[in-house]
Write a protein that binds this ligand. Structure first.
Ligand code: ATR
Length: 278
C-alpha cells in the first residue's frame, strides 16, 4: 500500500486524509494517507524520515509551504511563482514540488460563479485581500485565468508590493491590470477574495463601507462548520458569498492527479465533506 501524508503544524484537524481516502475509494486505488505533525523547524528531517519509511508523496500545509519550496530540487512554474509548495513527491531526480492551491481556487471559483452567479471568472475585476502564503499561492493562476483587474490589499502594504512586483511580468503578458491599493476602494470590485488568516483568530476584517455590497460576490479561502467571519460579513452586506471547502477538495484532487495519474470526481466528495463538517 502506497504511503502519503499531509505535513503541518497544527495538523490534527486536517480534512486531507478524509478527502484522499474518498478519492482512493472512488478510483479503486490502494493507499494510506496520514496527517503528520512536523516540528516548526523540522520539516526537512520529517520528510527524510517519511521517505525512508516508504512515503511516496505528501501535501504540505501551514506553516511549511515556503520551507517545502526551499527543499525541492525541481519546482513547477506555479510553485516557482508562488514561492510556495503544497504538493511534493520523490522520483529519480529527487524531491519535486508543485503548488495546486491556485488551480484549486480557480476550479471552485469558476464553478460557484457559474452555478450561483451565472458569471464566468473571465473579465472579472477582483480585490484580493492578504499577501501571505495563501495569497501568493493563488495570484499567478488568477492572472492567467483571464481576469481583468486584480487589486491587492494587505494590512502590511510592503508585502503586497513585493507580491505584485513578482507577478508584474505575468500580469503584463496577460493584459491584467495588477495594482496595490492602500485602503480597499469602495464598490468597483466584482468580487472580493479573502486570502488573509484573520478568521483563524475569529476576527472579521476591518473593511471600509461599500467594499462588499449587494452587487458583488465574496469568496473566503477559509472554511468551517459555520459561516466564516468573512462569509458572514459579506452576506450581511448583501453580497453572494462562498467559503473555501470546494477549493480544499479541488487542490487535493489536483495533488491526487499528480501522484496517481487519474483525476477524481470532486462533486460527490465535496458533498460528503460538507455534510460531515456541519
Ligand atoms: P497564510 O499562509 O495563511 O497566508 P501568512 O503567510 O502568515 O499565512 O499570511 C497571513 C495573511 O493574513 C497576511 O496577509 C496578514 O497580513 P500582514 O501581512 O499584515 O500580517 C493577514 N492577516 C492576518 N490577520 C489579519 C487581520 N486581523 N487583519 C488583516 N489581515 C490579517
Amino acid at each position: 500500500t502506497a504511503l502519503y501524508a499531509v505535513f503541518g503544524n497544527p495538523i490534527a484537524h486536517s480534512r486531507s486524509p478524509r478527502i484522499h481516502a474518498l478519492f482512493a475509494q472512488q478510483t479503486g486505488v490502494s493507499l494510506r494517507y496520514e496527517a503528520r505533525l512536523a516540528p516548526i523547524d523540522g520539516l526537512d528531517a520529517a520528510l527524510d524520515a517519511f521517505h525512508d519509511e516508504g512515503g511516496c508523496g505528501a501535501n504540505i500545509t501551514v506553516p511549511f509551504k515556503f520551507d517545502a519550496w526551499r527543499l525541492c530540487s525541481r519546482r513547477s512554474p506555479a510553485a516557482q511563482l508562488a514561492q510556495a509548495v503544497n504538493t511534493i513527491g520523490w522520483d529519480e531526480g529527487g524531491l519535486w514540488g508543485d503548488n495546486t492551491d491556485g488551480i484549486g481556487l480557480i476550479r471552485d471559483l469558476a464553478r460557484v460563479l457559474a452555478a450561483d452567479a451565472h458569471t464566468p471568472l473571465q473579465g472579472q475585476r477582483l480585490l484580493l485581500l492578504g499577501a501571505g502564503g495563501a495569497a501568493s499561492g493563488v495570484l499567478g493562476p488568477l492572472i492567467t485565468a483571464g481576469t481583468r483587474v486584480i487589486a491587492l490589499w494587505n494590512r502590511s502594504a510592503d508585502k503586497a508590493q513585493a507580491l505584485a512586483a513578482r507577478h508584474s511580468a505575468l500580469a503584463m503578458q496577460h493584459g491584467v491590470d495588477l495594482q496595490v491599493v492602500q485602503g480597499p476602494p469602495s464598490r468597483w470590485a466584482d468580487g472580493v477574495i479573502n486570502a488573509t488568516s484573520a478568521s483563524l483568530g475569529g476576527s472579521s476584517l476591518d473593511l471600509p463601507e461599500g467594499v462588499l455590497h449587494a452587487g458583488n460576490w465574496a469568496y473566503d479561502m477559509m472554511y468551517g462548520a459555520h459561516d466564516t467571519p468573512f462569509v458572514a460579513q459579506a452576506r450581511a452586506a448583501g453580497a453572494r458569498a462562498w467559503d473555501g471547502l470546494g477549493m480544499l477538495v479541488e487542490q487535493a484532487a489536483q495533488s491526487y492527479t499528480l501522484w496517481h495519474g487519474e483525476a477524481p470526481d470532486t462533486a460527490p466528495v465535496l458533498a460528503t465533506l460538507r455534510a460531515e463538517i456541519t
